[in-house]
Design a protein around this ligand. Structure first.
Ligand SMILES: Cc1ncc(COP(=O)(O)O)c(C=O)c1O
Length: 455
């Protein structure tokens, strides 16, 4: 096996449980709770009930270390899981690095990314609770496609608000969602109060699209809302990625020194990293973790740790997280899935505790890394995981400088076959490199709601 490139598991190796890191968090204090947007008191399960089915709410607040995956969900996972783990031998040679680089590839799912891992679980629980329709937002279109696909399998209607800039950049993502039976609106739309109030931001943002989808779901008892990232239960569902990767790294006979993934709301990062992080917390394993984000929307590297709304208009609970302010509308960079003002509270707590290191990258350096990867490994990465690849190139160079055979594992959480307009712009020298300025930061933070300070 010494020259193996692919590490493959069998269908019966699909994990039977999700890993809930809530049970293993460091420190004696529980993490700060989400707050009700009106009363600013801790939000309980009943506050989430207008939007989510009770089984998902129970997963959201669970402190059990593991939660069983329903058989119906595992059956659907069989369509593409287990996903392959690759050793990037050609990239290693191109970089002339002694590092061993591995990537877990989620682009083999029907929608082309990791997002169906949670979409299927969420559609299943909503259908089981008698819900007829799900609304959601989508940035790059990856999440909307995943939910459209999952809703179709479980007989649910699906209505998607797609961020305006992505709607224009990625028309075939819309076609894909419609093929799976979903209805797609460009956000901001005229269909909701929230959309009408944001007309001055025609490129849209994930925060605005979330407001639109939440508004519609809150008004109809047969309709629920579904979120593609950020929340605990979403990160939980994604841990099938890391559990498979643990088994595949064992097949390869290696231990990662560093695990790298990009962060939009934190779900693919949590999905890959948390099973490895649990070993650090439980057994003292010495793995490092690197979270990569865009310099144009640098939530973890430049945001403040504070309570903020999850959406732009202020309909969701206040969440304890690094945030650029819910009023921040990031520039229309091509990594549409990373244009979010906040991040998963669970991941933010780990960054704050120093267990995860965050790094931010500009568009051009990110696409340079993506093209280097595509020219050695073949797969054209989505712009989001291209940020992780940038960080991997840095790690590989550090290994070369140190003369050490370090083991790097990263999440290639989606392919970029619908993102070729972004590659066109990069290859034609037309890609902009928007910077996040101090003035942007000040303006963004001015929109923070009044809420208890976080330490
Ligand atoms: C391919 C891809 N990667 C990453 C992300 C970022 O989301 P998350 O941080 O939840 O993984 C998205 C979001 O749409 C995406 O489509």
């Amino acid at each position: 096996m010494s020259d193996a490139v692919k590490f493959i598991l069998a269908e019966q190796d699909i994990p039977t449980h999700w890993v809930n890191l809530m049970a293993d968090l460091p420190g004696d204090e529980p993490p700060p709770p989400p707050l009700h947007p009106g009363t600013k008191e801790p939000a309980g399960p009943e506050d989430l009930a207008p939007l989510f089915p009770m089984n998902l709410i129970m997963q959201e607040v669970s402190t059990e270390p593991e939660i069983e995956i329903p058989d119906e969900v595992r059956e659907v996972y069989k369509l593409w899981r287990p996903t392959p783990l690759y050793r990037a031998r050609r990239l290693e040679r191109a970089l002339d690095t002694p590092a061993h680089i591995y990537y877990k590839y989620e682009g083999v799912s029907p929608a082309g990314s990791h997002k169906p891992n949670t979409a299927v679980a969420q559609a299943y629980e909503n259908a089981a609770a008698g819900i007829k329709k799900l609304t959601t937002e989508t940035g790059a279109g990856q999440w909307g496609s995943a939910l459209a696909f999952a809703c179709q399998l479980f007989g649910l209607e699906c209505e998607v608000w797609m961020v305006g800039s992505s709607y224009d950049q990625k028309p075939y993502r819309r076609s894909m969602m419609e093929t799976w039976g979903a209805t797609v609106h460009r956000s901001p739309s005229d269909l909701t109060e929230a959309g009408r109030s944001q007309r001055e931001h025609p490129t849209g943002s994930l925060g605005i699209a979330i407001s639109e989808a939440v508004e519609v779901a809150a008004q109809d008892p047969h309709t629920n809302y579904s979120l593609g990232s950020v929340l605990n239960h979403v990160l939980l569902h994604q841990t099938v990625i890391g559990q498979e990767a643990l088994a595949q790294m064992a097949q390869a006979g290696e231990e990662p020194d560093v695990v790298v993934a990009c962060v939009g709301g934190g779900s693919n990062f949590g999905g890959l990293a948390f099973p490895f992080l649990r070993r650090v917390l439980r057994d003292g394993a010495r793995t490092r973790f690197v979270a990569a984000e865009p310099a144009a929307c640098p939530t973890l590297t430049r945001g403040v740790y504070a309570y903020d709304f999850g959406d732009t208009v202020g309909l969701t609970p206040l969440m304890p997280m690094y945030t650029l302010g819910h009023g921040f509308v990031p520039p229309p960079v091509h990594a549409g899935g990373l244009r979010y003002h906040g991040d998963s509270p669970l991941l933010c707590g780990l960054v704050k505790a120093g267990l995860v290191e965050a790094r931010a990258y500009r568009q051009n350096e990110t696409f340079e890394a993506a093209v280097k990867f595509a020219r050695s490994e073949g797969i054209i990465p989505a712009p989001e995981p291209a940020h992780a690849i940038r960080a991997v190139l840095e790690e590989a160079q550090a290994a070369r400088e140190a003369g050490e055979e370090r083991v790097i594992l990263f999440g290639l959480c989606g392919h970029g076959n619908f993102d070729l307009s972004a590659y066109d712009a990069y290859l034609g020298g037309q890609l902009e490199d928007p910077q996040f300025s101090e003035a942007d930061l000040e303006a963004a933070l001015a929109s923070l709601p009044e809420a208890p300070a976080l330490t």
